[in-house]
Design a binder for this molecule. Structure first.
Ligand SMILES: [Cu+2]
Length: 430
């Protein structure tokens, strides 16, 4: 609501300052223009609606998509209901005396081209609508990256428990929900989650295991899921799930690695940016035991307004406010990961993007073992490694031992990202 209200205000102010012609004289004609507009594949069937100035405009709006929700909002503040597939509605725009821009308000649809222009013909006013991109208060203005998140803050649990059994069938229900959360100090956003957290839960199994995941969409728009850990035709399994519906996604993990899962609804960049991602760890059969295992998922945050959702424009321009490990900037500086001197520590790392690379590095140590995308880059010998380089959706693990007690920072060594939240600490004791 905040965005719409602020937008309406912006337009009202702009209109009173710049468009004084509006008052001087488009007489209502007493006639009505009726148009039917169908919505499908991120487009309005009539992207330009010409209306003789002074006519009243009535739009019959129909959602002909198979599984996506759409709507129509106008820069005047007018908006339709959000229409599920097959639904329709009637929108009375009133007397049109100037050009009016419209778009679908479902996240990211406008950026993907779902826009519409109402053009008032027979005026000499030229283009009165302008580009109504708004700057409704940005939650990044309230971000204090180094602030203590407070005593109630619960870090995402990075520990990966030992895998007890192999050859299992893993059955679980994963509920897609919208959650208002503090996602950085001073910043609350309405994130979309798998299972209530962003990242979603870590799934863990061995090569040969089967996963049967019931995905329930309790959100207010269509979402879907894509598990990289399985190989199958996307057509059915990754289809958009309308609000209130569910599907069963079944895959067998035939290859080892740390695999991304993410929302499969368009635009995926925005759905991932707003929290819809997670990791599946599939252990190779010969994986040696270590003293401690952790999972770190790197992602980026693109804040919209306070209590709003990710800003699709920042996502498109690749301008994140933060880059984070396990969903919250610097959280493991506030709640360090632990290890003891001499222990072998394995860190599985996944880069969930949506668009940033990762260069995982632990200050003060060298990796003696590096597993990248299903194979060892380094495993014994005299060589060492300083960073694990990952493109979006790639993953692997590194192993190290800490030589003495102390505080060892871990970062993405893309330093601008380390400085905007991709930073944590290993607290190492005797
Ligand atoms: Cu989604």
């Amino acid at each position: 609501m905040g965005i719409v209200a602020a937008l309406a205000l912006t337009v009202a102010v702009a209109a009173s300052l710049a468009f004084s012609w509006v008052g001087k004289g488009v007489e209502p004609t007493g006639r009505t223009t009726y148009v039917t507009v169908s919505m499908t594949h991120m487009r309005y069937s009539q992207p330009t609606i010409e209306v003789p100035a002074g006519n009243r405009l009535v739009i019959s709006l129909r959602n002909d998509d198979e599984d996506m929700v759409h709507d129509l909002v106008l820069e005047t503040g007018e908006k339709s209901d959000r229409l599920a597939p097959g639904e329709s509605t009637r929108m009375d725009v009133g007397v049109v005396d100037h050009d009016i821009a419209g778009w679908c308000s479902i996240s990211g649809h406008r950026q993907m081209g779902m826009t519409l222009d109402i053009v008032a013909t027979g005026t000499d006013a030229g283009d009165a609508s302008g580009d109504s991109t708004t700057a409704a208060g940005d939650a990044a203005d309230d971000l204090d990256l180094l602030a203590d998140p407070g005593p109630d803050f619960a870090p995402y649990d990075a520990a990966l428990p030992r895998l007890e059994e192999h050859g299992e069938v893993h059955r679980m229900t994963m509920t897609i929900s919208e959650e208002e959360k503090e996602v950085a100090p001073g910043v609350r956003q309405k994130v979309w989650t798998f299972g209530g957290t962003a990242p979603g839960p870590v799934l863990h199994g061995a090569v040969g295991d089967t996963f049967v995941i019931t995905v329930v969409n309790k959100g207010s728009e269509a979402h879907g899921i894509d598990f990289h850990a399985g190989s199958l035709a996307p057509d059915k399994a990754m289809r958009p799930i309308p609000p209130g519906e569910s599907l069963v996604y079944r895959f067998t993990a035939t290859r080892a690695g740390i695999w991304m899962y993410h929302c499969s609804s368009m635009p995926m960049s925005v759905h991932i940016a707003n929290g819809m991602f997670g990791a599946v760890v599939i252990e190779p059969p010969d994986l040696p035991e270590v003293d401690r295992s952790y999972v770190i998922v790197q992602s980026a945050q693109y804040f919209g307004p306070q209590d709003g959702s990710a800003d699709p424009e920042k996502v498109r321009l690749e301008q994140p406010d933060t880059v984070v490990f396990n969903g919250y900037p610097n959280q493991y500086d506030h709640s360090p990961l632990t290890a003891k001197v001499g222990e072998r520590v394995r860190v599985w790392v996944l880069d969930a993007g949506p668009s940033r690379d990762s260069a995982f590095h632990v200050v003060g140590t060298q990796f003696d073992t590096v597993y990248f995308e299903g194979g060892y880059l380094l495993n014994g010998g005299s060589g060492g490694s300083q960073a694990l380089a990952l493109a979006p959706s790639q993953g692997g693990f590194v192993e190290m031992t800490f030589p003495e007690p102390g505080h060892y920072p871990f970062v993405s060594h893309d330093m601008v990202d380390a400085e905007r939240g991709a930073h944590g600490t290993f607290a190492v004791t005797d």
